[in-house]
Design a protein around this ligand. Sequence first.
Ligand code: AMP
Ligand code: MG
Length: 347
Amino acid sequence: METLLLNADEKSLDLASSLLHDGKLVAFPTETVYGLGADAMNRDAVLSIFSAKGRPADNPLIVHIYDRSQLKELCTIPEQAVSLMDAFWPGPLTLLFEKLPAVPDEVTAGLPTVAVRMPSHPVAAALLRSCRLPVAAPSANSSGRPSPTKASHVLEDMQGKIPLILDGGSCDVGLESTVLDILHGTPTILRPGGVTKEMLEQVLHTEVAVAGSVLRPLRPDETALSPGMRYKHYAPKASVVLVEGKEPSVLSALRELYRKEAAAGKKTCVLCFTEHLNQLQDCSPHDIGSAAHMEEIAGRLFDMLRTLDLEGMECVFSEVVPPEGVGLAVMNRLGRAAAFRTIHADD
Ligand code: AMP
Ligand code: MG
């Protein structure tokens, strides 16, 4: 299959909309990452998302809408959802709702809940508005790879597998949406993202919990609240190890770890803050962004993980960020890229 990569304009949006109506797949930019969309009410179209991505069938999809009136055909709306939608939609917050029978089980992987989000990216919003369909769209990467934050990333993974990629430049947030469960007691973040725990607490006037497996691997006996958390994710081909501790100990540990692996002939690098580039200049430093700008780090992370593969990196040692605000989402993705392997530099 030929894969068209087109700038998002009126003509390509029309084409995208008619492809979606025909049950075909279209990759499009959102403010979080690029999505791989299909008509959410068309079972076969939804199934083709799973085959294009190589996604396990038990990992449910997020349904994208442009107007709250579309919820009527998808789900019931609990009262608590209203203030959250008022505050954060359109934007990077996905809410779980009790699903209606019309939503195919393939979308929700058989779960009684459906995840819904209203994206704010102008191209995503224009596409949803023009096709007037609820669009099921996971991230447009091959399963297990870092999510795409540029159209070129989508092409790397989806060339020959889908008919159209709409190019809308780089994604602003650069990490997937926050997934929030408000249906089962204490509101719980199943996946952290651009809408932070602190922001949610301000609107809900109550404490928000974070699922245990956000910052550690799922235990063998544990059920994943968010099925996606079960799977290896965001992992580059290199072995990634995180290094935490006080700044001087982290810097000397990074130098030591780099030296050892490089001396053993491994293609090695360190991921560090802009502020540490000079001090780590002999360690093939890769700039993850300024420690003072967490949004910058979030926006670069997936592109950085893909770059490591393109460079043929074998060993990667990375600094960590405090798991607060957007830092929680950064540490979730970085932690999973490293399979949560961490060295404590102060020990
Ligand atoms: P992706 O769109 O690739 O970012 O993946 C969607 C994420 O949303 C996955 O991690 C899913 O586990 C999560 N998700 C989607 N639907 C549900 C649901 N009904 N219950 C819990 N998590 C969900
Ligand atoms: Mg994904």
